[in-house]
Design a protein around this ligand. Structure first.
Ligand SMILES: [Zn+2]
Ligand SMILES: [Zn+2]
Length: 136
């Protein structure tokens, strides 16, 4: 069984605990992530049934570069991005690794959407680079 891990927003009004695996840990260079996170995005997937959310968050929906409809979650008080729900993948939640209480749990495996990468973003870590994402 995977260990329980936890995370929170900057101000602490929103937090979570999860017993899920950290699935598909990745960086994302899509245009949505560039606007949302200021440069590139990063995320990992958890099973929502194994994840307990506490506190208040706000959300909005958008159409992603992948064509997926996404609901973006962020703290209702400090505005920190928390993650997203993707309509195409019910029962899962994408979490932002910056929320992790133990940042060492995030072990990125690949770069997604390098076809949308900003020209000033240099990738030099030797990880796999995908022009899109593995599943849409
Ligand atoms: Zn907050
Ligand atoms: Zn993205």
């Amino acid at each position: 069984m995977p260990e329980t891990f936890s995370g929170r927003c900057h101000c602490g009004a929103f937090s979570y605990e999860s017993d899920s695996e950290l699935i598909a840990p990745h960086y994302c260079h899509c245009g949505d992530c560039r606007r949302l996170y200021g440069a590139l995005g990063a995320g990992f997937v958890v099973l929502e049934a194994q994840t307990r959310i506490r506190g208040e968050y706000r959300s909005y929906t958008s159409q992603a570069d992948s064509g997926n409809r996404k609901t973006h979650l962020f703290c209702g008080q400090c505005g920190s991005p928390i993650g997203e729900r993707v309509d195409a993948f019910p029962g899962t939640l994408v979490l932002v690794p910056g929320t992790l209480d133990d940042p060492s749990l995030f072990k990125p495996e690949a770069h997604f959407w390098t076809s949308k990468k900003a020209p000033w973003q240099v990738i030099a870590d030797g990880l796999e680079q995908l022009e899109g994402q593995p599943v849409t």
